[in-house]
Design a protein around this ligand. Structure first.
Ligand SMILES: Nc1ncnc2c1ncn2[C@@H]1O[C@H](COP(=O)(O)OP(=O)(O)OP(=O)(O)O)[C@@H](O)[C@H]1O
Ligand SMILES: [Mg+2]
Length: 500
């Protein structure tokens, strides 16, 4: 295809779809920098039908004779052009939940100018131009709308922000504007879950329209200096080194439905996820070949201590009196006086190790143990540690099909007490395996909570005879104010171990 034919094709695509990223154009038509500039010049300066948006996207303006008098190029980015093309406006603010938007806007003056460590996530649709051509603009917009909704919801769940909509994908940031020490983990959880959710979306698209819809993801971590944050939440930033460019290149490299991580992200999440080392790749503009890994799954390690355990633990020493106290509490529980023990100490002084060793002793004696973890990235998932504990309690595995999970839950509950039959739909819903044939009856949020907590309390307070399980909730202080020894909740009823 010669350059003029490409210009005609791009113009037709823009007219129908409103916008396209330069990255997409480059890839679709195998363009070098010079050819891309020529096409931009032709459409922006000569034909005057398109405008540049932020150096990254080409936006349809309409042909000059039919265009309104207002010149959209003078309007703020993302405002005039898509509407002129009859497309829904996509900007960060229109999808961001109010609580996140408030947090960003209320602290933006403090954030602007800060240097932050971030993880950048790129996601985009493979072969979107061909699909768009096959389906026509209206159908394609409907599919993309759902796609963007899924992306934005999951990015926001992990408190990332969508910084840019690229026409057929997004660029999201984790760690800025809202700071998160575990930004790389958050980005990987989001990408991993998105891959699953979008596979579901793709199945639906295939069923309804007969086309293959697939997404690929690229991630990298590094520093950015935060610039101005607009009212639409769009954040200007100055990337340090290759932080953003490499994430984009990872996405370019990735095959459909895969997630590629550049070396810096892989290092940060090592141990928390199953990674496949793909070796090093030469990347244009980067002096050294870049190590690339594919994100395959979530590993069983959920906490920092789990990861350090994988590297091997030194011999456990001392802590006799702390261990005695835990044993004494267990002995009390075993004669019917349930106990809650708070373990409180400065960071890194051995809380997790003490609890791990205690649980190991319990397991060696045949006492059942359960564990839930209050991880920072799980704060927006209600009752996450409780869900983990109860999934373990019912023997539900992450890979179990919903039906099998429901069978396990119902089996245990009904053996325990036939009267629990009525609350099974509520439990199924809590544990994310709702029964489509047996939905939760309509009830208010308060009723729902009261009913659910009643069931959970019943299970905790009346464990089966001869079975006193030990449940560990790790890093509870990360989620709620710590119960200090001597405080009301930590003194008379609940023994406490204070480690020094
Ligand atoms: N009694 C001990 N004997 C040997 N090693 C220990 C002991 N206590 C802690 N450690 C080691 O010290 C390191 C830090 O301990 P740990 O992770 O339990 O601290 P923590 O108080 O849980 O930290 P954080 O506040 O970060 O959760 C771990 O590698 C652990 O194995
Ligand atoms: Mg710990």
């Amino acid at each position: 295809m010669n350059l003029l034919e490409i210009v005609t094709k791009v113009r037709a695509f823009l007219e129908e779809n409103g916008r396209i990223s330069y990255r997409m154009l480059r890839r679709q038509f195998d363009l070098d920098d010079e050819a891309l500039e020529d096409i931009k010049d032709e459409l922006i300066e000569v034909q005057q039908v398109a405008a540049d948006e932020g150096g990254k996207v080409l936006v349809w303006l309409g042909s000059p004779d039919t265009r309104a008098v207002t010149d959209s190029r003078r309007m703020p980015e993302g405002v005039g052009a898509p509407e002129a093309a009859g497309m829904p406006e996509r900007n960060a603010a229109s999808y961001t939940p109010a609580h996140l938007a408030d947090r960003i806007l209320s602290s933006r003056s403090a954030i602007e100018g800060e240097r932050k460590q971030v993880t950048v996530l790129f996601a985009d649709v493979t072969s979107s131009m061909e699909i768009a051509e096959q389906l026509g603009a209206e159908t394609w917009h409907g599919i993309l709308d759902e796609f963007f909704k899924i992306l934005a919801e999951r990015v926001h769940r992990y408190e990332g922000t969508v910084n840019q909509y690229t026409g057929d994908g997004i660029m999201a940031l984790f760690g800025a504007p809202i700071s998160h020490e575990d930004h790389a983990q958050r980005a990987c959880y989001a990408a991993f879950e998105l891959r699953e959710l979008l596979a579901e979306h793709a199945r639906e698209v295939k069923r309804q329209h007969g086309v293959n819809f697939s997404t690929r993801f690229g991630l990298n971590s590094g520093d950015v200096v935060v610039g101005k944050i607009g009212d639409d939440l769009r954040m200007d930033y100055t990337a340090q080194g290759h932080t953003v460019g490499l994430a984009s290149r990872m996405q370019d490299l990735a095959s459909p439905n895969t997630i590629y991580l550049a070396g810096p992200t892989a290092q940060l999440v090592h141990g928390y996820f199953d990674l496949l080392d793909l070796g090093t790749f030469p990347i244009k503009g980067v002096a050294e070949p870049v190590p690339v890994s594919e994100l395959r799954g979530v590993s069983k390690s959920r906490t920092r201590f789990d990861v350090s355990r994988l590297r091997g633990l030194t011999n456990f020493v001392g802590r006799n009196s702390d261990m005695d106290m835990l044993e004494a509490a267990l002995a009390q529980a075993q004669v019917g006086n349930g106990q809650v023990v708070g373990v409180v100490a400065d960071a890194g002084t051995g809380k997790s190790r003490l609890c791990f060793e205690f649980l190991e002793r319990c397991r060696a004696r045949g006492t059942r143990t359960f564990q839930g973890n209050c991880v920072a990235h799980g704060r927006n998932i209600s009752l996450l540690p409780i869900l983990q504990v109860f999934r373990e309690y019912y023997g539900v595995d992450a890979h179990d099909a919903d039906r099998l999970a429901r069978e396990k839950i119902a089996g245990r509950m009904l053996l325990f007490d036939e009267s629990y039959r009525a609350v099974l739909p509520l439990l199924f819903e809590l544990l994310c395996v709702p029964d489509p044939d047996n939905p939760v009856p309509t009830m208010s949020a308060e009723e729902r909570q009261r009913s659910l907590f009643g069931v959970l309390r019943g299970l905790v307070q009346r464990p089966p005879v001869d079975d006193t399980p030990v449940t560990l909730i790790e890093d509870l202080t990360g989620s709620t104010p710590p119960a200090r020894p001597g405080s009301k909740s930590g003194s008379t009823r609940s023994p406490a171990v204070r480690i020094c």
